[in-house]
Design a protein around this ligand. Structure first.
Ligand SMILES: Cc1ncc(COP(=O)(O)O)c(C=O)c1O
Length: 390
């Protein structure tokens, strides 16, 4: 019925997993099994599943209509919250997803600069659209995903996350934008060298290139103001999604007024679900809770305990590997590639659902979840002993 039995490349589990409902830090499968959830809506859920404030906002809105085919006050309030929190945001344009917001930011950059080329860092993920579905292979050659037209691929330049490589890519002054995850690839899974984002900012300024920060995951999660607040780097445009919409579908481009105003002029941007009222209602509830930093602090504090517990468990078990953290996101890497590949399945067997080998923590995670996760991790490591070292 569904190709590959799922609807998303990272949701293809073997054996297949079907969720019946979710609440707080937990979800329940159709077969009745209970999981401590660290996928947290691919990072969208900073307050856990079905947070009462978000449920109430959506419940109220759904009876008032789900699509007006017109402007509405919620989109204004949502944009005001975003501009109040994201340091570089003067204005906002909503889309239906982060993928769409990336496409729009690149379109704005092309119009603003009159240039075609987009520079992307190797390993960085920006959704599934054609202009960013390229990477470097092990030999350092640029490769496009199957189905990306050669002409499209030729307008993207993929470079390693190093300042010299970025500078070389910008030297011809033909790039409209550099786009990157300011956390490093995979929401901090591959951290960047200290100071790299600030150096890329300078390289952009030197060459008339726009800096686009993709904060779809990090926005409102690592800090109320995202990675740009944490690093003190001001992008020209920011791509947002996930926490911004409290678990409902949406994305946005935010940025400097003169750039954003191009959307009131030469750029005709449509989209049936832009600023959809239901997403707006959930987004407003989410961002109202994101403003004072207490939610981010609580989720990060839990993540810190999780990180320490996992590290202690690896030490006790003599399992070589690393565990590290960006705010409320914990990353686990076992040195043995065979065990690393099996870790997320082994954890699920123990009732803990990671997003690959990362854990998105929320304000709904507490002592019971921590204990269950660490017990599960001990048992998963035990079970993985049967995996022959690669
Ligand atoms: C950094 C980053 N950018 C963009 C996207 C695309 O967002 P969406 O899945 O809403 O299209 C994602 C999705 O996971 C992401 O992690």
């Amino acid at each position: 019925m569904l190709p590959g039995g799922s609807t998303h490349v990272v949701r293809t589990y073997e054996p297949a997993v079907y969720v019946a409902r979710a609440q707080g830090a937990r979800k329940w499968l159709v077969d009745g099994r209970e999981l401590v959830d660290y996928t947290m809506g691919h990072g969208a859920l900073l307050y856990g599943h079905a947070h009462p404030a978000i449920v109430e906002a959506v419940r109220e809105q759904v009876g008032r209509g789900t699509h007006y085919g017109a402007a509405h006050p919620l989109e204004v309030e949502w944009a005001e919250l975003i501009c109040g929190l994201v340091p570089s945001a003067d204005e906002v344009r909503f889309t239906a997803s982060g993928t769409e917001a990336v496409l729009l930011a690149l379109r704005v950059a092309r119009v603003a600069t009159g240039r075609d080329i987009v520079v992307k860092l190797a390993g960085h993920f920006h959704g599934w659209s054609d202009p960013v579905s390229l990477d470097l292979d092990e030999a350092g050659r640029q490769v496009a995903a199957p189905g990306v037209a050669a002409a499209t691929a030729s307008a993207t330049r993929v470079v390693p996350p190093e300042i010299e490589a970025v500078r070389r890519a910008l030297a011809g002054r033909d790039a409209a934008a550099v786009i990157l995850e300011a956390s490093g690839a995979h929401y901090g899974g591959v951290p960047l060298q200290d100071g790299l984002v600030a150096s890329i900012r300078r390289a952009c300024d030197d060459t008339g290139t726009l800096l686009v920060l993709d904060e779809v995951v990090t926005g409102f999660r690592v800090e109320p103001g995202g990675m740009q607040a944490l690093l003190g780097v001001t992008p020209d445009l920011t791509v947002l999604g996930k926490v911004m919409a409290g678990g409902l579908p949406a994305g946005a481009v935010a940025g400097r007024r003169d750039l954003m105003e191009l959307l009131a002029g030469p750029i005709a941007h449509a989209g049936t679900y832009n600023a959809n009222p239901l997403s707006a209602s959930a987004g407003i509830a989410s961002l109202r809770m994101a403003g004072d930093g207490s939610a981010q602090d609580a989720a990060s504090e839990y993540a810190q305990s999780l990180e320490a517990g996992i590290r202690a468990a690896m030490d006790t078990a003599g399992e070589p590997g690393r565990v590290w953290r960006l705010a409320s996101i914990v990353h686990i890497a076992l040195d043995d590639p065979g065990r690393q590949a099996e870790l997320s399945n082994a954890m699920r067997e123990q009732g803990v659902d990671l997003l690959r080998t990362s854990a998105f923590c929320s304000t709904a995670h507490g002592d019971a979840e921590l204990e269950q996760t660490l017990t599960g991790f001990d048992q998963a490591l035990e079970a993985l002993r049967t995996v022959a070292p690669a």
